[in-house]
Design a protein around this ligand. Structure first.
Ligand code: UDP
Ligand code: MG
Length: 312
């Protein structure tokens, strides 16, 4: 027997869950009989009837397991909990809103078992149905992070990946508190096949990611995988030292030759403003890394479980 674990992080998904379950069942029922499924719902502190719906599903279908958190810990924490608790030989992560089409599962399974791949990733080739400004900043983010890290971050990559056990073990061996799963997945390497598909709008309910939340997520990703911003602030520091050195020489000459009296305080004020701005900016960058280090050092748990289904 082979087992496939499907991990589904859920936060306020009462509307999407029944549709998700139905669609998923349609897609897994004609898998070969030798394959067992484990569908692991992670209830990330939902405030609606999500947990209740999951419990009902669990009662009528033994393939369904669940873990419920003590509060909302975020999608990354839910993914980690799923990966730690899944028992399958193959493991996949899926959103509850059907934006990750279950129809791809068969092809993913095939690629991992018949072709020589360790994992299959998915990427959206368009962002139809998404606000333009959000797409713009998403593109900018991928450009930036690809310049700053030495592994590839695929533009439009989803968390919807299908992995062999070995890949999952590598990912959960990375115990960091600030988790950016897409980055961790690229970081561990292995042979990955990419499947492309057109963006599917959410089936029901609302997105949990505001623009502000996404911006914070992007900064988190950059600080988690690159120290380039620190280098950047040293470089502008050095650049300004050089400029001021040249200016000092120029001023000394000017004073000696022309005997120029002190003048030009407006320019001085501008310079003070700019330089102190840059100093604060650099301090901010250092602060970002310091705060991340602070959180890592505390070694708090990534998630806390309130209850689990009995069929674990
Ligand atoms: N999610 C979660 N915890 C959160 C936010 C989201 O578990 O704090 C889940 C959510 O239920 C969904 C998935 O993560 O299954 C993706 O969220 P969403 O569809 O809102 O994000 P989007 O697709 O808009 O980026
Ligand atoms: Mg979604």
């Amino acid at each position: 027997m082979e087992k496939i674990s499907i991990i589904v992080p859920c936060y306020n998904e009462e509307k999407a869950l029944p549709l998700f379950y139905e669609e998923l069942m349609k897609n897994i029922k004609d898998f070969p009989k030798k394959i067992e499924f484990e569908i692991l719902f992670i209830n990330d502190g939902s405030k609606d009837k999500t947990l209740q719906i999951i419990k009902e599903l669990n009662k009528k279908d033994n393939q369904i397991k669940y873990i419920s958190f003590s509060r909302n810990f975020g999608k990354e924490a839910a993914i980690y909990a799923g990966l730690e608790n899944a028992t399958g030989d193959y493991i996949t992560l899926m959103d509850a809103d059907l934006q990750d089409p279950p129809s791809l599962l068969k092809e993913m399974y095939k690629s991992v078992t018949e072709e020589d791949f360790d994992a299959v990733g998915t990427r959206r080739v368009n962002r139809k149905g998404e606000p333009i400004i959000r797409s713009f900043f998403a593109k900018l983010f991928y450009k930036l992070i690809n310049k700053m890290t030495n592994f590839e971050n695929v533009d439009g990559a989803r968390d919807y990946v299908f992995m062999k056990r070995i890949v999952v073990d590598a990912i959960i061996s990375l115990k960091e508190y600030n988790r950016y799963s897409k980055g961790l997945f690229s970081f561990v390497g292995f042979k990955v096949k990419w499947l492309e598909y057109k963006n599917v709008p959410r089936v029901a309910g609302e997105t949990k990611w505001s623009f502000w939340k996404l911006t914070k997520y992007a900064l988190e990703a950059i600080t988690a995988f690159s120290t380039a911003p620190l280098v950047f602030s040293s470089i502008i520091g050095l650049f300004f030292c050089m400029v001021s050195f040249l200016l000092i020489i120029a001023i000394i000459f000017k004073t000696l030759i022309l005997g120029d009296p002190t003048s030009g305080w407006p320019s001085l004020v501008c310079i003070i403003f700019m330089v102190s701005g840059i100093q604060l900016f650099s301090l901010g960058i250092i602060g970002q890394y310091l705060s991340k280090t602070y959180l890592e050092v505390k070694q708090r748990p990534i998630y806390i479980i309130r209850e689990k289904s009995d069929n674990f």
